[in-house]
Design a protein around this ligand. Structure first.
Ligand SMILES: Cc1ncc(C[n+]2csc(CCOP(=O)(O)OP(=O)(O)O)c2C)c(N)n1
Length: 376
């Protein structure tokens, strides 16, 4: 049987939003504080993640910076999309920042991760620069996939990127876990999918195989509620709007896998602040109450307040971080729109790792790509 961790953590104790965002007048910040993450609801497990998380000042500032970078980057992409500088399907990660950042804070950089086409946040947390991401999104040579992937397909070491086929990343993620097991490495594989994929047959087949083979795989459902996946609607999942809850739940899942017990499922309840595609008008699937809720539970404001209220940082520091990120974003965007596009001859190269360029049958003008390989 697949051991399921779900409904972990929950109703995290949000600090009152009535607390004013002002800094304390002294500079002796607390180096550490403990925050509640609420008790987990477990399935088939005796132990679960702790009810609280210790956060150091350095960790807090880093988590804040990462989430805010993703937020500003997504707002910039939205703007570029409106200006028609981004072409093709573009899926934004606004609102879900705590999921990518919390997961990354819990796993090792050498653990494997695969996700869906909603890939910008994880590409950043996996170590790719904002500049390379934005430049990929505009389809230019300086992008992380050299402009061949566009807004959906980005990769990095230990990162298998944005998969366009809903649910397929779960099967591929289990395959990566099988490779870890086969090679006797202690790495784990994290396969992230949406609630829309949660009813797919391949997921159940993969869960079953992964459990039988005890594969070191953490399956993470980012439930943003958009697909209203029936499978998950009755459940009380982990709080995907609280970066500390996500970090603690993922740490628990990682240790569970690494200890040889097999796969585990973690469901994170999160919110996407925008439509399915950058071109969609929001609100299509959400009630006014749900939209209002987003302002109450925003993961970035929440972490900022937690740190301010416990004197771990000052408002000025957060402003400075915002300023630095915005400055970096502007420079990256300028590069992303001025960098040249890849040449047509280069477009079909590197479909396979270390293999010659493909001849695409039926696309005659590209037959000349056969020679592109010799020129490299
Ligand atoms: C096998 C398959 N079926 C349908 C689609 C079309 N499709 C693209 S995204 C999407 C919705 C997926 O929702 P979810 O998994 O919740 O992820 P989200 O977009 O909310 O992050 C669908 C049905 C697809 N890409 N692949």
């Amino acid at each position: 049987m697949l051991t399921v961790l779900s409904e972990a953590i929950c109703k995290s104790r949000a600090l009152s939003l009535a607390v004013p965002l002002v800094s304390k007048p002294f500079k002796d910040f607390n180096e550490e504080a403990t925050f509640d993450t609420k008790k987990c609801e477990l399935h088939g497990l005796v132990d679960g993640p702790p009810d609280s998380a210790v956060l150091t000042r350095d960790q807090g500032l880093r988590l804040f910076r990462w989430m805010q970078t993703i937020r500003f980057m997504q707002q910039k992409v939205q703007q570029l999309y409106t200006q028609k500088l981004v072409r093709g399907p573009c899926h934004l990660y606004l609102g879900q920042e705590a999921c990518a950042v919390g997961i990354e804070a819990a796993i090792d950089q050498t653990d494997h991760l695969i996700t869906s086409y909603r890939v910008h946040g994880f590409t950043f947390t996996r170590g790719v620069s904002v500049r390379e991401i934005l430049t990929e999104i505009t389809g230019r040579r300086g992008g992380v996939s050299k402009g061949r992937g566009g807004p959906m397909h980005m990769y990095a070491p230990y990162f298998y990127g944005g998969i366009g086929i809903v649910g397929a990343q779960v099967s591929l993620g289990a395959g990566i876990a099988l490779a870890c097991q086969y090679q006797s490495s202690d790495q784990i594989s994290v396969a992230v999918y949406g609630d829309g994929a949660a009813n797919q047959g391949q997921l159940f087949e993969v869960f079953n195989m992964a459990a039988l083979w005890k594969l070191p795989c953490v399956f993470v459902c980012e439930n943003n509620g958009y697909a209203k996946g029936r499978l998950w609607s009755e459940r009380r999942p982990a709080d995907g709007m609280d970066v500390l809850s996500v970090r603690e739940a993922t740490k628990f899942a990682k240790n569970y896998c690494r200890s040889g017990k097999g796969p585990i499922i973690l469901e994170l309840k999160t919110q996407r602040y925008c439509g399915h595609l950058a071109s969609d008008v929001d609100t299509s699937n959400r009630s006014p109450a749900e939209i209002e809720e987003q302002y109450r539970s925003d993961p970035i404001s929440r972490l900022r307040e937690q740190m301010l209220c416990t004197n771990m940082a000052s408002a000025e520091e957060f402003q400075q971080i915002d300023f630095e990120i915005l400055e970096e974003m502007e420079a990256a965007a300028e590069f992303a729109v001025s960098n040249p596009e890849p040449s047509l001859d280069d477009l079909c190269n590197c479909v396979y790792h270390n293999s010659p360029s493909l001849q695409v049958r039926g696309l005659h003008p590209w037959a000349k790509l056969m020679s592109a390989d010799k020129e490299r």
